[in-house]
Design a protein around this ligand. Structure first.
Ligand code: NCD
Length: 329
C-alpha cells in the first residue's frame, strides 16, 4: 500500500489504500454506536491541531472535516474569508500557509486556485515544519477526499450485489469543470470491469487530460448527450451541478440547455431496482427533491459517509489507524 504524506490528488491512491479506507471507515462507524467507542476515538489525537483554510464556499466538506476533527479530539482553527487575514494586507498565499504551519499539525485547504495545494506541499516540504496538506477541493481540478467518500458509498451500496467491479456508473452534468467527476473517474479505473457513461451537453464534456488518462488506462467509457438512454443501463447515477462559478464570460453556462440532464421522478421507473443515485451536493434543479424518498437515493448517506471517511483518512495520515483496526469492539 502506498504510504501517503499529503493528500493532493486522487491519482495518489491505489486499490489497497481504498480497501483499507473502506475497512477503517466501517470500523469507525462501529465506534460511533456507543459512548465508549466515541470517547475512545476522541482520545486518539487530542494533542493535535488542524487548520481549515477554506477560501471557496463550502458547507459539507468544511463541516465534515471539522466534525471529523472533533471526533478524533483534534482542535481546529479556521480561515474562511481572506478579508479577515493578512492576505488583505498583501501577504502572499504562500506566506499565509507557511504561517499556519507554525501553529498546527495538519492543514486542510480548499481554494479556487488550481494546483495551489501541490505548490504549498512542496514549499512546506522544504521548510522546517513539513506539516501534511489535505486538498479539500482545488478549483475545477481535483477533489480527492470527495472521491474517497464516493468510492466508499459505492462499495457499501454494492456489497451485497457483487461489489463495485463490473458496474456501470453514469456521470451527469458539468463534466468539464466538476472536480468531483475528475477525481472519481480516476479512482473507478482501479475497479476492474467497471464502466463509465459520461452524459453531458456538448459544452460540458470531460477535459482532454481525463479522456487521455482513461484511454491509456484501457478503461471502458462512453460519452453521450442522450442521458435518458443511459439511465436504464446504469448501476449508479452520479448527478452534478453546473459549475457556473468558473464561467469566463457572464451568463456563459445559462446559454447551454442542460435541462435534458436533469433527473426527475419520471425517470425512476427506468432505473434498475438495485441502482443508486448519488450527488456530491449542493444540488440545484438537476435533481428533483421528490427523489429523496426513493430508497435508491443515497446522497444524504453519501454526505454523512464523508465525515467517516475523513476520520479514516486523518487517522491514516496522522499514524493512529492501527489503533482503530486492532481493538475488538
Ligand atoms: C462539490 C465541490 O465543491 O466540488 N461539493 C462538495 O464538495 N460536496 C460539488 C459542487 O460544488 O457542485
Amino acid at each position: 500500500m502506498t504510504q501517503i504524506r499529503h493528500i493532493l490528488s486522487a491519482s495518489q491512491f491505489d486499490r489497497p489504500f481504498l480497501d483499507r479506507i473502506y475497512h477503517l471507515t466501517n470500523k469507525i462507524r462501529q465506534f460511533d454506536k456507543s459512548k465508549e467507542g466515541l470517547m475512545y476515538l476522541q482520545s486518539l489525537l487530542p494533542h493535535q491541531r488542524a487548520m481549515l483554510y477554506f477560501t471557496q464556499p463550502s458547507t459539507r466538506t468544511f463541516l465534515s472535516f471539522q466534525s471529523a476533527c472533533h471526533i478524533l479530539g483534534i482542535k481546529n482553527s479556521e480561515i474562511r474569508d481572506t478579508s479577515t487575514s493578512s492576505e488583505m494586507k498583501g501577504e502572499s498565499i504562500e506566506d499565509s500557509l507557511r504561517t499556519f504551519s507554525s501553529y498546527v499539525d495538519l492543514i486542510i485547504m480548499r481554494s479556487p486556485v488550481r494546483g495551489l495545494c501541490d505548490r504549498i506541499a512542496n514549499l512546506l516540504d522544504q521548510s522546517e515544519r513539513p506539516v501534511p496538506i489535505i486538498n479539500a477541493g482545488s478549483g475545477p481540478d481535483e477533489h480527492p477526499t470527495q472521491a474517497l467518500l464516493d468510492i466508499y458509498t459505492l462499495q457499501r451500496s454494492f456489497k451485497d450485489f457483487g461489489g463495485l467491479e463490473g458496474k456501470t456508473i453514469c456521470m451527469v452534468g458539468d463534466l468539464k469543470r466538476g472536480r468531483t467527476i475528475r477525481s472519481l473517474a480516476r479512482l473507478l479505473t482501479l475497479f476492474p470491469g467497471t464502466r463509465i457513461i459520461f452524459a453531458s451537453p456538448e459544452a460540458f464534456r470531460i477535459e482532454n487530460d481525463l479522456r487521455s488518462f482513461l484511454q491509456t488506462s484501457k478503461f471502458e467509457f462512453l460519452e453521450t448527450d442522450q442521458f435518458s438512454d443511459a439511465i436504464y443501463q446504469s448501476d449508479a447515477i452520479y448527478m452534478t451541478r453546473i459549475q457556473d462559478e468558473y464561467d469566463t464570460t457572464v451568463g456563459e453556462s445559462s446559454k447551454v440547455d442542460s435541462s435534458k440532464f436533469f433527473l426527475n421522478a419520471s425517470h425512476l421507473k427506468h432505473l434498475k431496482s438495485t441502482a443508486v443515485i448519488m450527488h456530491p451536493l449542493p444540488r440545484r434543479n438537476e435533481l428533483d427533491p421528490v427523489i429523496d424518498k426513493d430508497p435508491r437515493a443515497k446522497y444524504w448517506r453519501q454526505e454523512r459517509n464523508g465525515m467517516w471517511t475523513r476520520v479514516a483518512l486523518m487517522t491514516t495520515l496522522l499514524g493512529v489507524d492501527q489503533k482503530i483496526l486492532l481493538p475488538e469492539l
